[in-house]
Design a protein around this ligand. Structure first.
Ligand SMILES: Nc1ncnc2c1ncn2[C@@H]1O[C@H](COP(=O)(O)OP(=O)(O)OP(=O)(O)O)[C@@H](O)[C@H]1O
Ligand SMILES: C[C@@](O)(CCOP(=O)(O)OP(=O)(O)O)CC(=O)O
Length: 428
């Protein structure tokens, strides 16, 4: 038993955003170190709408490492959590809090145990990159607790070993994960291309089609693709390197037409590579027939509109699931997009609009949509007028999240937001 002076609990809480890739990571050249076959680029989403909050604690009274995810205890024995913990412990520094009478020396971290509680404010393992925000927050908060004296890019290389896409969540704005060349992965890190203020007129709308956990994980899906797809080799060698350069230029110049063209093309090629896998991975197989139709309808809605306007208004991108992420050029376009989405995918008649559109609801007002009556009165979008009026897919989208490019991880200093009790180190 620890004596009274040994009963302290030291806490750190952090909040980390999720990210959506506009040039996709799909395929590893090293499974254990999580080294990719190509560079990727992502946009960080505003943590006010989609984020992970994690509290980590250390105390001499803890007798083993423990973790709770969304209120349920989970095992930390998995190789990925263990890789991150090992990397962090080996870099831990001295910690002193004179006020609380806490003194931890570097060497103590090998013996001390930690508690971790994490909460995602969006569906976990449903294609909304919970592993990205989750593992980034895991590393970011523990690095602070353990006084790991490394820059953000070194931390990204640790988060990468938890989940590849997590390394990109260490920064806000527009982020590139450089694949690197070294066998030990030391140069496979994330870097910020531009912060969230660089291109702040963009509006991001996520159609949450399924919050059900998917059956084929990204990890096993991409392993099968690497083993069997020739198209992936062509993509990694010939297509992505050129696309990365063009995407960096589009972001630098805020060139929406190029940005949208590259984003849509890369999402479609990622799904083509999945289909080129043996046996084919068709992410929409995991979902109902109606959800498959939603995937095609969203692509067709955006493609038709972009074509009718003569220049892209909106980009779409899909990860390993049916949820659509749409990026609109600006607020005006986002309002018009929302009108189109609500025309094609109206909520169930008993739903209320404020829980159907979440996040930045002000886009609804911009679109002149105050209530369900306005939604029902929406005319068909002009680009489909001459065609056969398409059927409405009522209830096929669970809800929409309106958001924007956002900032990187932050520490939360207000202890009332901690997920662990400061006295016991157990979940509140
Ligand atoms: N807050 C968190 N803290 C730590 N680990 C988390 C957290 N949230 C999710 N994870 C881990 O990530 C896993 C889910 O990852 P998975 O790749 O299956 O789904 P996803 O990230 O939501 O979707 P995708 O990567 O396809 O967009 C969880 O089972 C858990 O191990
Ligand atoms: C389709 C993707 O979202 C794949 C993400 O894969 P993960 O990062 O979840 O995979 P692991 O590294 O095995 O954990 C594309 C992307 O985010 O770049």
């Amino acid at each position: 038993m620890a004596d009274e002076s040994q009963k302290w609990v030291l806490l750190v809480t952090a909040r980390t955003p999720t990210n959506i890739a506009v040039i996709k990571y799909w395929g590893k050249r090293d499974e254990k170190l999580i080294l990719p076959v190509n560079d990727s680029i992502s946009v960080t989403l505003d943590p006010d709408h989609l984020c992970t909050t994690t509290t980590v604690a250390v105390s001499p009274t803890f007798d083993h490492d423990r973790m709770w995810l969304n209120g349920k205890e989970i095992s930390l024995s998995g190789g990925r959590f263990q890789s991150c913990l090992r990397e962090l412990r080996s870099r831990a520094g001295d910690v002193e809090d004179k006020e609380k009478g806490i003194k931890i020396s570097k060497e103590d971290w090998g013996k001390l145990h930690i508690h971790i509680a994490s909460y995602n404010n969006f569906p976990t393992a449903a294609g909304l990159a919970s592993s990205a925000a989750g593992l980034a927050c895991f590393v970011f908060s523990l690095a602070k607790l353990m006084n790991v004296n490394e820059d953000q890019s070194k931390l990204s290389a640790i988060a990468r070993q938890g989940s590849g896409s997590a390394c990109r969540s260490l920064y806000g704005g527009f982020v590139k994960w450089i694949m690197g060349k070294e066998e030990n992965g030391s140069d496979s890190v994330a870097v910020q291309l531009a912060d969230e203020k660089h291109w702040d007129e963009l509006v991001i709308i996520v159609a949450v089609v399924s919050s059900r956990q998917k059956e084929t994980s990204s990890t096993s899906g991409m392993r099968e693709t690497v083993e069997t797809s020739l198209l992936l080799q062509h993509r990694a060698k010939e297509v992505v390197p050129k696309r990365i350069l063009k995407m960096e230029e589009a972001i630098r110049n805020r060139d929406f037409a190029s940005f949208a063209q590259l984003t849509c093309a890369d999402s479609n090629q990622f799904h083509a590579v999945c289909l080129d896998t043996s046996p084919p991975i068709f992410y929409m197989n995991d979902t109902s027939h109606r959800q498959k139709i939603t995937y095609f309808r969203i692509i067709s809605l955006v493609e038709k509109w972009n074509r009718a306007e003569g220049t892209p208004q909106v980009a779409y991108t899909f990860d390993a699931g049916p949820n659509a992420v749409m990026i609109a050029h600006n607020r005006k376009v986002a309002g018009l997009l929302l009108q189109r989405l609500l025309y094609h995918f109206p909520p169930n008649t008993d739903a209320d609009l404020s829980s159907y559109i979440v996040g930045d609801k002000s886009i609804l007002q911009d679109a002149g949509l105050e209530g369900l009556k306005d939604v029902e009165a929406l005319p068909p979008p002009p680009e489909i007028k001459d065609n056969i009026p398409s059927q409405k897919s009522r209830g096929d989208v669970s809800y929409f999240i309106c958001t924007r490019p956002g900032k990187g991880p932050v520490y939360v200093s207000d202890e009332s937001h901690a997920l662990l009790n400061p006295e016991t180190g157990l979940p509140k």
